[in-house]
Design a binder for this molecule. Structure first.
Ligand code: NAD
Length: 444
C-alpha cells in the first residue's frame, strides 16, 4: 500500500509546509540498490582501543574511505563507535561527546553503529552499568536522527573478538538495514564465514518460505532468489494461482499446503528431497490475524491464530531438526512481530502467538549452540502489506508515524533482514530477535 503522505512531503512545497507546521517529515530511506556504495560518504571510526584500529583496518580492506577523526565540514556516510573495552560509565563521555560533535556531519541515510559487549551476565556492576548505558545512548540517538539515518549496536557476546562483528556491521551500514533502527544484534565468537560469491551469498542453497503467495513472503522469496538460493514457495491451495506466479518469478517451485496440516512437514521434506536434495533454510512466514478484544474472543479466532502462527512452527521445527534432509549448517528464521513484544489492543491471540515464537526461538537457539545450525526471529513493526491495509485509516496513519523513521517499512526491508540472517555473514547470530520496525514506539 502506498504512503501518500510520505510522497507528498518529499515533493517540494508540501515538505516546506510540513516543516513550518511542525508535522512529521518522513524521509525516503536509503535502501539497497545493486552497485551502490556501502555508505553514502567517508566512514568515521571512533574509539581508542586496539579493537577500534582493527575495525578501521577491516573497513579499509572493504575499500571504504576511513577517518579516525572528523574533518570539519565533511559529510560522513557512517560513524562506528568502538566501545568494547569500557569498564566504567565515566569512560563513555569522551567517545560519545565526540560522536555528538560529528552527528551534524552525517549524510542523509547515514548510519551510526556501536560495537560493545553485553551487560547481561557481566558481574562487575560498574562495567555492566557502562555497557547498559550504551543501550540508552543508541536508542536515544535513533530518536534524534533525521533524514533516514539510523543508529544500531552490535554486542560481542561470549568474549567474541571484534572481527566477529564484521557480518553484522556490513549489514547495518548497508541500505539493506534501512528500516532497522534502535536495535542491537548479539554476535558470538563464531567468525562470520566468507561467502563464495559476495553478491549471491546463498548460491547453491535451497530455501523454503511459507506463506509466500503474497506480501512479505513473496518478497522474501524474491530476495533469497536474488541472493542465489533456489526457493520453494509454500501457501494454502486457495492461493495456488498467486503462488505459481511467485514461483515462476523467482525460478523456484511451488508447494500448495496448509501449514497446520498433520502431514505438512513430511510433504515439505519430501518435496525438497525429491526436487532439490537438501534444505538449507526454512523461513516460517505464514501468519494470520483474527483480531478481537479478549472479552469478545471466541475459541475459533484464538485457536486458528495459535495454530498457524505458532503450533505449526513448533511442529515443523521438531521434525526438521531431526531430519537428515536439513543441512548441518541449516538456518531457521521465524516471523515474530512487535505485537509479540509490546502487546496490542485486540490482539491477545496474535500477541500470544508471536511472543510464543520469540520464546521458541530463544529456547531452540540454546539447544542449537555450537551445532552449526542457527534459529533467529525477525519482528516486523508496521509493514505496508495487505495485512496492514485492512487497518482503519486513522489507526494505520498513527502506526506509520509512531516510529523514529516516521513511516511504515516495506516487505523488502523484512526480506533483506531475513536474507542477512540466512547468509554466511550471520553464522555467529543465534537465538536472536531482530526488530525491523523503524524504532517504533510500539515495543520500545
Ligand atoms: P499476508 O496476510 O499478506 O500474507 C500471509 C500469507 O500466509 C498469505 O499468503 C496466506 O495465504 C499465507 N497463509 C496463511 N495461513 C496459512 C497456512 N495455514 N498455511 C500456509 N500459508 C498460510 O501477511 P504479511 O503482512 O505478508 O505477513 C507475513 C508475516 O509477517 C506474518 O507472519 C505476519 O504475522 C508477520 N508480520 C507482518 C507485519 C505487517 O505489518 N504486515 C508486522 C509484523 C509481523
Amino acid at each position: 500500500m502506498t504512503d501518500n503522505y510520505l510522497n507528498l512531503v518529499n515533493s517540494g512545497p508540501a515538505g516546506n509546509l510540513a516543516k513550518r507546521l511542525g508535522l512529521p517529515r518522513p524521509a525516503v530511506l536509503r535502501r539497497h540498490s545493486p552497485g551502490a556504495p556501502l555508505v553514502p560518504g567517508p566512514l568515521l571510526v571512533l574509539g581508542s582501543s586496539a579493537a577500534a584500529d582493527t575495525l578501521a583496518t577491516l573497513l579499509l580492506e572493504w575499500n571504504q574511505d576511513v577517518r579516525r577523526h572528523a574533518r570539519p565540514g565533511e559529510r560522513l556516510g557512517a560513524i562506528v563507535v568502538v566501545l568494547e573495552s569500557v569498564t566504567d560509565p565515566g569512560q563513555l563521555a569522551a567517545p560519545i561527546l565526540e560522536l555528538g560533535q560529528a552527528l551534524r556531519q552525517l549524510a542523509r541515510g547515514g548510519r551510526i553503529v556501536t560495537v560493545s559487549r553485553p551487560a547481561v551476565g557481566c558481574t562487575n556492576p560498574a562495567e555492566a552499568a557502562a555497557r547498559q548505558g550504551i543501550d540508552g545512548i543508541v536508542r536515544s540517538i535513533g530518536r534524534e536522527l533525521r533524514a533516514g539515518a539510523t543508529a544500531n549496536g552490535i554486542l560481542l557476546g561470549s568474549d567474541a573478538p571484534v572481527q566477529a562483528a564484521s557480518g553484522a556491521l556490513r549489514f547495518l551500514l548497508s541500505g539493506k538495514s534501512a528500516f532497522v533502527d534502535g536495535q542491537f544484534i548479539t554476535v558470538s565468537a563464531t567468525e562470520p564465514a566468507e561467502a563464495q560469491n559476495e553478491d549471491r551469498p546463498l548460491t547453491g542453497q535451497t530455501a523454503v518460505v511459507t506463506g509466500a503467495a503474497r506480501g512479505i513472503g513473496a518478497e522474501i522469496a524474491a530476495v533469497l532468489s536474488r541472493d542465489g538460493a533456489t526457493v520453494v514457495v509454500v501457501d494454502v491451495p486457495a492461493a495456488g494461482e498467486q503462488l505459481a506466479k511467485v514461483a515462476n518469478r523467482v525460478g523456484g517451485t511451488a508447494l500448495q499446503l496448509d501449514i497446520t496440516a498433520d502431514d505438512a512437514t513430511t510433504r515439505i521434506l519430501d518435496h525438497v528431497q525429491h526436487r532439490h536434495g537438501s534444505l538449507d533454510l526454512l523461513v516460517h512466514n505464514a501468519g494470520i490475524t483474527r483480531d478481537k478484544l479478549l472479552a469478545n474472543m471466541d475459541a475459533a479466532r484464538w485457536e486458528s491464530v495459535l495454530a498457524v502462527n505458532l503450533a505449526s512452527q513448533l511442529r515443523v521445527n521438531e521434525a526438521l531438526l531431526a531430519s537428515d534432509v536439513f543441512a548441518g549448517s541449516g538456518r531457521i528464521v521465524c516471523l515474530a512481530s512487535t505485537s509479540g513484544i509490546a502487546g496490542n489492543r485486540g490482539q491477545s491471540n496474535y500477541a500470544a502467538s508471536k511472543a510464543g515464537v520469540i520464546g521458541m526461538v530463544r529456547s531452540t537457539g540454546l539447544a542449537l549452540e555450537g551445532s552449526g545450525r542457527t534459529i533467529n526471529a525477525v519482528a516486523p513493526g508496521f509493514i505496508e502489506t495487505e495485512m496492514t491495509a485492512k487497518m482503519p485509516f486513522a489507526t494505520r496513519e498513527v502506526a506509520r508515524r509512531l516510529s523514529s523513521l516516521q513511516q511504515g517499512g516495506l516487505p523488502g526491508d523484512v526480506a533483506e533482514t531475513i536474507a542477512f540472517l540466512a547468509s554466511p555473514a550471520a553464522a555467529g547470530i543465534n537465538g536472536e530477535v531482530l526488530r525491523v520496525c523503524g524504532q517504533s514506539l510500539v515495543g520500545a
